[in-house]
Design a binder for this molecule. Sequence first.
Ligand code: GLN
Length: 491
Amino acid sequence: MNNSYHTIKSVNEGLKKGEFSVEEITAEYLGRIKKENPKFNAYLTIFDHKTTNYKRFDRPELTVEGLQTTNLLSGIPCAIKDNILIEGEKCTAASKILENYVAPYDATVVTKLKQAGTVFLGKTNLDEFAMGATGERSAFGPTLNPHDHSRVAGGSSAGSGVAVAADLAIYALGSDTGGSIRAPASWCGVVGLKPTYGLVSRHGLIAMASSLDQIGPITKTVEDAAIVLNTIAGHDQLDSTSISPSRDLSDYTANLNKPIKGLKVAVPNEFFNTGLDNEVNNLIQATIAKLESLGAHIDQVSLPMINYAVATYYIIVPSEISANLARYDGIRYGLSAKRSSLLDVYLDSRAEGLGPEVKRRIMLGTYVLSAGYYDAYYLKAQKVRALIKQDFDRIFEKYDVIVGPTMPTVAPKLGELDDPLAGYLADIYTCPVNLAGLPAISIPCGFAELPTTNYQLPTTKLPVGFQIIAKHFDESKLLQVAYNLEQVLSL
Ligand code: GLN
């Protein structure tokens, strides 16, 4: 079996024809993970199908006959980011404070995937509590990029990105607060979809910044992303920010191969300012030309408020983090320092259990929310957030999609973005989308060739992601454009 064979679609077909069984394909993936994972550190927990929920391979829906009619995800092995709860399994959020925490219930997305009959292979590495753009801020070591092991995979859903890119899972779930699905997708050369805020339930996702967090798929193809979204999208009464139960959900695979002739595409000037690598820019321009050759109308536009997105994001996100992470006090969850006074339990559990980036954001958030600074920082940031959303709304009155790069560079070397500010700037094209609650996808659009210092070694080829952003709840259009492009890019 070659890599391209291992899509949801192709494995489903193989299962239905009886070419292999669910148990066989699961065993194949678990074997590969055990062998390959030490190279990448993509999985934090690897499940054993003999002892976990996969022992039920004889369920009627997983037999050749049953698979003819069940969900396309039936029997498909997948990876889950380790900030999404699976009942009875560890869920660490890649933090020492939750190192031995066992989830007491299933996240709603997990319930839905279980109902669909998918197979979970394990839990994937991330920046601690999903705070980071590289995957290096995990308490359990960085995840390495399969295209070049001296480079980062992209965060925070680093393990999910690598699991899919290195074929250690057929698909994976990640979460995206400011780019965490799209960054690893871009740097690892796979597809990453961040749905409209509210479309996918956040119940059972360990909260980072609740007004921006959103779960979504990382896959090998656009069609696979649509298939996963079909299963995980929908109203959930356990999530107060979930979409209304009356909202009609599309079949996201239905329009994929409809042509995009006449599509109106906006290209914001602000996406092409200093900071964007030349190599990346060339591939993005070539991809925009492909869109044009498919019959799309391309216009340059301006989204001036986007220039304030990173600053706004890094006020609002730490504020929400400081509130959400107050619950890790050494009493309610996970690590608890044994001290004689309650205050010392709080202080020392947090001091020992939380990493430097998490502490930095808690302090920043607590500061900007304090009585004296709330108006100057938090309230101001909320107002700018509203203006950023208005900027997008204005463009979407005339255009179907906005396109540009996902990340300003190719995957950096390990340690290159150690400076927190440098890391924050990597979110420049992704975080405005979360502030506005919009859906966006990153698809691979080519490889940048980097010369190596040693002339005897071949050049390093690193993947580049192309970002497409659509109106709220217009995932159908988003996926249609992405699919059409994917066919002509034929990477
Ligand atoms: N890099 C961003 C941050 O550090 C995004 C993280 C995310 O989307 N979870 O906040």
